[in-house]
Write a protein that binds this ligand. Structure first.
Ligand code: IVH
Length: 670
């Protein structure tokens, strides 16, 4: 038999590798081992290096193209990406079915398609002429960021398909729970913070600038909508099946139902199987199947009227309360933490949960040895919600909060009106460590390499007693610490020295002054300009200046003044100033007469853009940013998952609530 030509062999290999990728990544059912796969891949690489003209953009070898980019471009969506109306109740569900029926002419038969609501990051995906040709994040719904290069690293997405017409898809990019465990283990080994949940990990990964890093994140796309594609006649379920037939990845879990009872059944089946899916879901989506009926029902400004999301309630599990340990935080607050018998819950193994404070323990009546119920409410942080009193054997022991700080043995205090017990000793090693870790955090002084473990060593070995001592560190002494070497010690000293260049607002953030978060620190820094000026004020001047900052309430003014004129913290500030720490706060170019001039804005919830960027845009438009809604706040910009209390205060103060997209349109951005 004669050898196939290089181009024939190339085409064969590409087809084979794609088919194996599909079996491995989409079907989770490989038919060859890693070794055989690697051999095919190596042959392809060799062939392309001998015949470079064969290595076209759709080749599996080209999933990771060039190097990192400087930024992500913004691209418009083909059709706006809407969100879904949410419900948690059965009543709302029957109401939805009724509304759908009422919205359709005569006694039209309605068929529903029920499928899981995938908890990931939504994206738009374009195929043109059979080639993966576009990809963007949801963004504000109208436009998103161009993430094509990152999507090309997603192994479930074929780079070439057997359909040449324009195809516009919507999908959720997810990370399997087991993959997140692997990624997090690697991150912890490298001293990086683990991702809190697969959704954050997926969303963060998609927006990274270097596709080579994205490729390691094991992202998967699961398509949930065909926006533009072949004339599929019937409807959504048929579209999903068409996708499957074309080896495009879907969740493969849809069911059709003709009435409310069928819809409920399908939801119950999905919820029942929730823990078995390798990815996180947070509910079910119920869609009117027929495209023509979808068209008749149309959409409101935000949601299609033909679909609704039914959110599942938090997952629960029972476990044993083995012990309660007390942690001391940066502010001295004592937090009791439940040590639990490790139990799987919503995709992770839970072994600890915060009990918040003594009052919470008392109201739960939780005793050591109790069987307790734990829950994850949408988020990753588990809570102890109740005690199984009937399961008590009598050997359970009540927990008593210690009267002394478990770290420095100073008697604890309870401030008036506060539930938290505190260690009042500002020299308490736990507080000192917490303060230094906070100071070095990315949003504060951003000292690279100064993480919890190293701070622990520095404080325990008495090299550092407060943040100012960091600037006196000596490379040789640091290098003598366990697990440190000459190189890492020098890097640390350089990073510490570099932190002197941060503007005043970052220093004020890093000092962790009570009630002064990033926003307030920025306002304060703008008002005073630089550290020397701040230190030059006498108490009356300081109070007058700080009081005049709009949005600073009495508590904040009190807290800043107490910090400035307390002998210990003042000495710390003076030491920092003597080391030359912090630069004058740059004056932001405020657009006088900008679209938001004279307006005050509070931003809350999960946004598509970085919170800091949105703040900067508001300021650049002449607006002021506050972290609370108060009397006089003009706008509350509400992202996803906005808290009820923020919305309530907006109502109370007559503050107008804007979506992120509405804010952008007021800023003249799209
Ligand atoms: S359909 C017109 N189906 O949920 C909007 N969305 O809250 C149609 N999502 O942005 C949405 N799984 O990111 C649909 N099976 C599914 C989904 C799903 C997850 C996400 C999607 C959307 C958000 C809406």
């Amino acid at each position: 038999m004669s050898q196939p030509s290089p181009s024939t062999r190339h085409a064969q290999l590409v087809r084979e590798i794609q088919a194996h990728d599909y079996r491995y990544y989409v079907l989770d059912d490989p038919i060859i081992g890693d070794r055989e796969y690697d051999a095919l891949y190596a042959e392809l690489v060799a062939l392309e290096s001998a015949h470079p003209e064969l290595g076209t953009i759709t080749s599996p070898t080209r999933r990771v193209g060039g190097g990192p980019r400087a930024d992500l471009k913004t691209v418009s969506h083909v059709v706006p990406m809407m969100s879904l109306d949410n419900t948690y109740s059965e009543d709302d569900l029957s109401e939805f079915v009724r509304r759908v029926r009422d919205g359709l002419p005569g006694s039209a038969q309605v068929r529903f398609c029920v499928e899981p609501k995938l908890d990931g990051a939504s994206v738009e995906i374009l195929y043109r002429d059979g080639v993966l040709a576009g990809g963007s994040t949801r963004g504000d719904g109208l436009s998103g960021e161009d993430i094509l290069e990152n999507l090309r690293t997603v192994r479930t997405l074929p780079t070439r398909i057997e359909y040449g017409g324009p195809l516009t898809l919507r999908a959720e990019v997810v990370i399997y729970r087991r993959d997140l465990d692997t990624i997090n283990r690697e991150r912890e080994d490298e001293g990086e913070a683990p991702f809190a949940n697969p959704r954050n990990a997926a969303a963060g990964s998609l927006r990274m600038l270097d596709p080579r890093v994205v490729a390691k994140r094991r992202l998967r796309a699961l398509i949930w909508q065909v926006v533009e594609g072949p004339a599929l006649g019937s409807g959504h379920a048929a579209a999903l099946e068409w996708l499957e037939a074309h080896h495009l990845p879907t969740h493969r879990l849809h069911a059709v139902a003709d009435d409310l009872a069928g819809v409920r059944d399908a939801i119950a089946r999905i919820e029942g199987a929730r823990a078995e899916f390798p990815f996180e879901i947070d509910g079910a989506v119920i869609k009117v199947d027929d495209f023509a009926q979808q068209g008749i029902l149309g959409a409101t400004a935000k949601f299609p009227r033909w679909a609704i999301a039914y959110k599942f309630s938090a997952e629960r599990a029972q476990t044993r309360l083995l012990d309660v340990v007390v942690q001391v935080g940066r502010t001295g607050a004592l937090t009791p933490v439940a040590q639990l018998e490790p139990t799987p819950l919503a995709g992770t193994v839970v072994s600890r949960a915060s009990l918040h404070n003594a009052d919470v323990i008392a109201s739960l009546d939780a005793r050591i040895g109790d069987r307790v119920w734990i829950e994850k409410a949408g988020e990753i942080i588990p809570q102890v919600v109740s005690v199984d009193v009937a399961a008590r054997s009598g050997s359970e022991r009540p927990f008593v909060m210690p009267e002394q700080c478990p770290v420095c043995q100073t008697p604890v205090v309870r401030r008036e009106g506060e539930v938290a017990q505190r260690c009042p000793n500002v020299r308490c090693p736990a507080q000192v460590k917490g303060a230094i870790v906070h100071y070095s955090r990315r949003f504060a002084m951003d000292i690279d390499g100064l993480g919890e473990a190293l701070v622990e060593q520095l404080v325990d070995s008495k090299l550092v007693g407060d943040v100012a001592d960091l600037y006196d560190l000596d490379a040789a002494r640091v290098a003598s610490l366990e697990r440190m070497g000459k190189k890492s010690a020098e890097n640390l000293i350089a990073a510490v020295a570099g932190s002197k260049e941060r503007p005043l607002s970052r220093l004020l953030t890093g000092l962790g002054i009570e009630h002064v978060g990033q926003v307030a620190a920025k306002q304060l820094a703008h008002a005073v300009g630089d550290l020397a000026t701040l230190l030059g004020y006498d108490e009356a001047r300081a109070r007058e200046h700080i009081d005049a900052i709009s949005g600073f309430g009495p508590k904040m003014v009190e807290s800043v003044c107490a910090f400035l004129f307390d002998p210990t913290s003042r000495a710390l500030l003076e030491k920092l100033a003597a080391h030359g720490v912090s630069r004058p706060e740059p004056r932001a170019a405020v657009a006088a007469g900008g679209p938001l001039s004279g307006q005050s804005v509070c931003v809350t919830g999960v946004l598509t853009r970085k919170r800091e960027d949105v703040h900067a845009m508001i300021r650049a438009a002449g607006g002021e940013v506050h972290d609370k809604v108060k009397k006089g706040t003009t706008y509350l910009v509400a992202g996803e998952k906005v808290g009820k209390s923020k919305l309530d205060s907006a109502k109370k103060h007559g503050t107008e609530v804007l979506s992120e997209a509405e804010l952008m349109s007021r800023l003249g951005q799209s």
